[in-house]
Every structure is written in structure tokens, then in C-alpha cells.
Design a protein around this ligand. Structure first.
Ligand SMILES: Nc1nc2c(c(=O)[nH]1)N[C@H]1C(S)=C(S)[C@@H](COP(=O)(O)O)O[C@H]1N2
Ligand SMILES: [Mo]
Length: 312
């Protein structure tokens, strides 16, 4: 994928055709609006090369990616407001360079990575994943990223480390939503260590062949495709290996409605609505929601013997 700026667009380089058409429409619409700011240039040319060289992953779904304008225009990122259009409208204030991610806690070798060094660490992969929001909608997103396990290996987790905590940026100067009390900031999410080390768990630094737009969690966000979208924390600044289950923002906000595990499960309804079906953004007829969002073959064994109604 070689999309970098509108002038560089060459249709033959982009497949499938629909992807290009959607994108061209988007670029036309974006010109002259604040959305155009999402296409900020990479600060580091070599990192840009890495994005362009991303290899296709066998973990990708064959399903058609959701239109770029929806992937980057219909978002949840409460640090910028609670409306789906707020992140695309307001996240241009986020400064993503310089940016460091510190990986610490129960590790042999705590490390701090500059984002562009992290991008260069390993070859990036394109991972086309189904994403399911707890609110009942879903998308298919072509992420660019690296396995989370690769980063964790760098710091050498200690035997006592059982969970991983992900801490997002919370800067009231650039994130207007942080002054509202809708959530306890910073946004905190967590995974069990074996979930974090699962090959499907990635850190995304791009989507649709380009640098991650701010509204999608630039410069680095977690992606865990078998769990509800809120587990995939955006704009991460710190990753901590810990002994106990992290107190996540959503569990703190409402433990009855949002559990620590939050595996996509059509059989466990949210207290206020069914989770049996979903609306794929861009489609009219609802689809059936699949256990583990369709990734049961890969991740089911992580939960062998667990009562998933109890550990929702
Ligand atoms: N820091 C942070 N991360 C977040 C959120 C948020 O509000 N703040 N929203 C979550 C929710 S509810 C979803 S569905 C996904 C949406 O990701 P997307 O906008 O890239 O599709 O991000 C998740 N990560
Ligand atoms: Mo969500």
C-alpha cells in the first residue's frame, strides 16, 4: 500500500477497487475541511518507508474494508467528545511528535521508545480486522502495525507479571474531553498477559496504508479484534506489566455493564441491549454477531474452563 498524500495516489496500486473509490471520494470531501488535517506528514521519512513496505498478514479477514470516510469519521475517542463526529472534528489538536511510549513494571528491562523507533523495530504488517463496538456496530479496518508480543519481548516480562495495563494520553490542553467527567482519566485498559501475547493482538501505527489519523488513536493504539472496541486503547503513552487485574476506566465507570474481559459474545447481553446482532457500518441489514467476533478458532483456548457469563 503506497498511499501517502493525495498527489501520490495511483489507482493501480490500491486494491480492491472499492477501497480506492471510497478514498478518492473522501479526499475530495476532506479538502478544505478539518478532516484534511488527519493527513499529516510523517516526521520521519524512514518510518514512512516502513509503512509503505508493510507486508500482508495471513491473519487478515477477506471481508471488504469499511469505507475510509467511516473508519476515520465515525469514531469513539471520548478525550475529544462523545459524539461519533467529535474525534474527526477535534483531534487535530493532538500533537503526535515527539511521542514516547514507556514499557515498565514487572519487567527485566524497562524501556522507553520514541514512536518512530518503534515503527522501525520490526517490519510492519497490514492486518485487516473485524472490529465490534459494544454499542452494536462493527467495521472492517485495514490496520498497519506490529504484534504486541514483539514489544513485550523487548522488555522481558518477569514471572510475576500476569496482566498488562495500557495507559492513554490525557492532556487537557489538547484533549477537550478530558475536562468532562464522563470517564476517569487517563483512559486505562488492560489484558491478561497471555491475551496480550496472542499473535492477534497488535499495536497499530497506521491504517489504509497511511499514518494513523489522530481520531483513530495516533500515534499508537492497541487493537484486540476478538474483544469489544473499548479494550483497544488509543494514543498510548505507557504500558505496565502488573501482577493484578488492572482497574480499567470502563469497569470503574460501570462494572455491571462493562467487564474486564469484554470478549465479543452474542450470548451475553449488555444490561441495556442485546449483543446478538450488529450493524456493519455501510450496510442496512443487521448481521449476527459471532463468538469472539469470529476469532473463536484462534482465541477460544485462552478461556478454556472459564464461565464467560461470569467473566464478561
Ligand atoms: N483512549 C481511548 N481509547 C479508546 C476509546 C476512547 O474513548 N478513548 N474508545 C474505544 C471504543 S468504545 C472504540 S469502539 C474504539 C474505536 O476505535 P476507532 O474509532 O479507531 O474505530 O476505540 C476505543 N479506544
Ligand atoms: Mo466501542
Amino acid at each position: 500500500m503506497l498511499i501517502r498524500n493525495p498527489a501520490d495516489l495511483v489507482p493501480s496500486e490500491i486494491t480492491p477497487r472499492g477501497v480506492f473509490d471510497n478514498r478518492r471520494e473522501f479526499l475530495k470531501a476532506a479538502a478544505g475541511t478539518t478532516l484534511g488535517l488527519a493527513l499529516q506528514p510523517m516526521s520521519d521519512a524512514f518510518a514512512a518507508e516502513k509503512l509503505a513496505a508493510a507486508t500482508k498478514s495471513p491473519f487478515s479477514t477477506e471481508e471488504k474494508p469499511t469505507a475510509y470516510k467511516d473508519v476515520t469519521g465515525y469514531n469513539n475517542f471520548y478525550e475529544f467528545g462523545t459524539d461519533k463526529s467529535d474525534p474527526a472534528e477535534h483531534a487535530h489538536t493532538l500533537r503526535t511528535r515527539p511521542w514516547t511510549i514507556s514499557v515498565e513494571g514487572l519487567v527485566k528491562q524497562a524501556k522507553t521508545f520514541a514512536i518512530d523507533d518503534l515503527i522501525k523495530l520490526v517490519p510492519l504488517e497490514e492486518r485487516i480486522y473485524r472490529m465490534r463496538c459494544v454499542e452494536g456496530w462493527s467495521m472492517v479496518i485495514p490496520w498497519l502495525g506490529l504484534p504486541l508480543a514483539t514489544l513485550l519481548k523487548q522488555v522481558e516480562p518477569l514471572g510475576a507479571a500476569k496482566y498488562v495495563e495500557f495507559i492513554s494520553a490525557a492532556d487537557p490542553k489538547t484533549m477537550p474531553g478530558v475536562s468532562s467527567r464522563v470517564l476517569d482519566w487517563p483512559y486505562i485498559e488492560g489484558l491478561r498477559l497471555d491475551e496480550a501475547q496472542h499473535p492477534l493482538s497488535i499495536l497499530a501505527v497506521g491504517l489504509y496504508g497511511e499514518v494513523l489519523p489522530n481520531q483513530n488513536g495516533a500515534p499508537l493504539r492497541l487493537v484486540v479484534p476478538w474483544k469489544y472496541g473499548f479494550k483497544s486503547g488509543k494514543s498510548i503513552v505507557k504500558i505496565r506489566l502488573v501482577e493484578r487485574e488492572p482497574q480499567t476506566s470502563w469497569v470503574k465507570a460501570n462494572a455491571r455493564e462493562y467487564g474486564f474481559y469484554s470478549n465479543v459474545n452474542p450470548e451475553v447481553d449488555h444490561p441495556r441491549w442485546s449483543q446478538a446482532t450488529e450493524r456493519r457500518i455501510g450496510e442496512f441489514i443487521k448481521r449476527k454477531t459471532l463468538p469472539f467476533n469470529g476469532y473463536a478458532d484462534q482465541v477460544g483456548k485462552l478461556y478454556a474452563g472459564m464461565d464467560l457469563k461470569k467473566y464478561y
